[in-house]
Design a protein around this ligand. Sequence first.
Ligand SMILES: CC(C)(COP(=O)(O)OP(=O)(O)OC[C@H]1O[C@@H](n2cnc3c(N)ncnc32)[C@H](O)[C@@H]1OP(=O)(O)O)[C@@H](O)C(=O)NCCC(=O)NCCS
Length: 102
Amino acid sequence: MTPVVAGLIKGHLLGPLAVRPSHKNRGIGRELVRIAVEAARRKGSECVILVGDPPYYQPLGFEKVAYGALTFPGPVDFNRVLVVPMIEDVHAGLKGDIHWRA
Ligand SMILES: CC(C)(COP(=O)(O)OP(=O)(O)OC[C@H]1O[C@@H](n2cnc3c(N)ncnc32)[C@H](O)[C@@H]1OP(=O)(O)O)[C@@H](O)C(=O)NCCC(=O)NCCS
């Protein structure tokens, strides 16, 4: 989990997430995401962002960020930029650069 500012929003960037192949499909990935999101919430984060597969993450509370709204330091597939909003109007604030915050 990397503390970031994404546009006007204070958040955490999650990832990479990986589960050892021998331990897949036991709910470990889902539980790791849940723990990470709760930890961010306790830290006062306003959102958790990641770049990942929507079919996996949307059932875990992630929503698509508007296409191209956030600018990353490297290339990303904008169809895979997802967010768990933790305050009102998060999507309106997710416009601009995403960068590390202290
Ligand atoms: C993605 C990953 C972290 C999931 O971990 P996991 O512990 O196996 O996941 P869970 O047990 O919580 O969930 C398993 C369910 O998610 C589904 N799933 C796994 N990867 C998926 C994906 N990319 N898209 C959609 N569904 C996916 C499984 O089919 C399974 O579905 P079911 O419950 O209907 O059988 C793991 O497969 C992994 O390490 N993959 C390689 C690295 C990777 O792709 N990381 C994510 C970057 S986006």
